[in-house]
Design a protein around this ligand. Structure first.
Ligand SMILES: NC(=O)c1ccc[n+]([C@@H]2O[C@H](COP(=O)([O-])OP(=O)(O)OC[C@H]3O[C@@H](n4cnc5c(N)ncnc54)[C@H](O)[C@@H]3O)[C@@H](O)[C@H]2O)c1
Length: 426
């Protein structure tokens, strides 16, 4: 960034002292002008996500009002954002005067009535339909009819949240990933009644904030939390049925699959309770589709309080310094399993079901193939998008793998998507 930033209403210094180009400065000025033309942004809920989203919007040049009902919570969150901005300054990633200006754009408040007329309001209160529905009804009354009303929900249907809003065409999901200032991906989620013009408006805004928007419909788990289900589920079932131990499964997915973390260590990192809640929500919302049924293995961990890294024990046991205790992969077993029968090959099994899930989402018209691949690469850091991966493996081969799994484990869990063989994706 630069020292000759023109903040809205501010003045422009004559000389450049930061080594940045005039072109960069002009781009920054354009962004500031666009933000000021779009208008203020309201953020409701100043927790982990709300504070981060407020930082993102203020950095993009918007005046932001951050509202939290808990006394002092919004002010504490603004302070937290100040700390995050200071760290960026210390690392040389933001000039000090820019950080000061960003922070000055965020106002803490305690009531929805304290919001000015906004271009956009983003709700980030806890995942509770009744709470969110009430907030949207109130926002719709308080804000002008042109204000875009967005929710950061991870799992609740957009139309349910908009149920008490008289003009639900302006309600949509903006699903940021944690932490919002770092994660590039934002799922822009449209409900049945969201008007396409609002979706395009939100997509353009998210892109102007330097994020990567993907579009999807309000389907259970949206893109990332839906397509990622088999990554966890297959690994848990493989361990549950005694095919391989967790360390060997994780090793195979990391070393043979190229995933940054194995599925079991990843669930320990996320928290077994959090991961189980997301999986259960998708399962419930799909009418308890067998494909997403929570495993006894994971339920057992949660019931035993083995929640993962945060409780010192999950799939693995952790030492005080965070290192894993006493879990070594069995490399001979790994070599025997990979490339063997699909039912006992953790990599083929996982890839088959990831590709199948992604292809199904596209076939149902819930997201485009490109958006699914972008979402999975940015949201989960998979080495390849599942559709591109399927293309590389050959959709016919993936269909055979899923059919083999269906034969080994009948009951409807392993249903090949018709799109694997109907030629629509090749
Ligand atoms: N944490 C994540 O990794 C993550 C990622 C993506 C999306 N989400 C979603 O974002 C939302 C918020 O999650 P979080 O982790 O930031 O929650 P959080 O519990 O950290 O923060 C929620 C905040 O909302 C406040 N709040 C409660 N009721 C309120 C009301 N009526 N008006 C204003 N503020 C109110 C609470 O005081 C709290 O500070 C949830 O819908 C969650 O599913 C979370």
């Amino acid at each position: 960034m630069d020292t000759d930033v023109r903040e809205p209403g501010g003045s422009r210094a004559a000389e450049r002292t930061d080594g940045h180009t005039d072109e960069e400065a002009a781009r920054h000025d354009d962004a500031m002008r666009a933000a000021s033309a779009f208008g203020p942004v309201g953020v409701i809920g100043a927790g982990a996500m709300g504070a981060g989203i407020a930082q993102v919007a203020a950095t993009a040049g918007h005046a932001v009002t951050l509202v939290d009902v808990a006394p002092g919570a919004a002010a504490a969150a603004v302070e937290k954002v100040g700390g995050a901005l200071s760290r960026l300054v210390d690392k040389g990633r933001m000039p000090a005067d820019h950080a000061t200006a960003v922070l000055a754009r965020i106002t803490a408040a305690q009531s929805l009535r304290d919001l000015p007329n906004c271009g956009l309001v983003i709700e980030a209160v806890p995942e509770d339909l009744g709470l969110k529905r009430g907030i949207f009804a109130e926002l719709a009354d308080l804000q002008p009819s042109t204000t875009v009303l967005a929710t950061n929900t991870s799992s609740i249907d957009i139309d349910d949240i908009a149920a008490d809003v008289a003009d639900p065409e302006r309600v949509l999901g903006l699903h940021f990933f944690n932490p919002p200032p770092v994660m590039a991906l934002v799922e822009v989620v449209h409900g049945e009644r969201t008007a396409p013009a609002y979706v395009e408006h939100a997509v353009a805004l998210v892109a102007a904030w330097g994020k990567t928007p993907v579009r999807c419909s309000s389907t259970p788990g949206f893109i990332v939390n839906r397509v990622a289900r088999p990554f966890y589920g297959e690994a848990q079932r493989i361990v549950e049925s005694g095919i391989a131990d967790p360390a060997t499964v994780d090793w195979i997915l990391r070393e043979r699959g190229g995933f940054p973390m194995g599925p079991l260590e990843l669930t320990d990192f996320i928290g077994q309770d959090v991961n189980l809640a997301v999986g259960t929500s998708v399962w419930e919302q799909t009418g308890r589709d067998e494909r997403y049924a929570p495993t006894e293995f994971q339920r057992g961990l949660v019931e035993a309080g083995r929640l993962g890294r945060k409780s010192g024990r999950g799939v693995y046991a952790y030492a005080a310094d965070g290192s894993v205790e006493g879990a070594q992969p069995d490399l001979e077993l790994a070599e025997r399993l990979v490339g063997g029968p699909v039912a006992t090959d953790p990599l083929a099994r996982t890839l088959a079901m990831l590709v199948n899930e992604a292809v199904d989402l596209v076939a149902r018209g819930e997201a485009s193939a490109d958006d699914v691949d972008t979402a999975m690469r940015l949201g989960t850091r998979y080495p390849k998008g599942p559709i591109a991966w399927g293309r590389e493996l050959g959709f016919d081969r993936v269909a055979r793998w899923v059919a083999e799994l269906d034969a080994a484990y009948p009951g409807g869990r392993y249903r090949p998507s018709p799109a694997l063989t109907d030629g629509s994706l090749t």
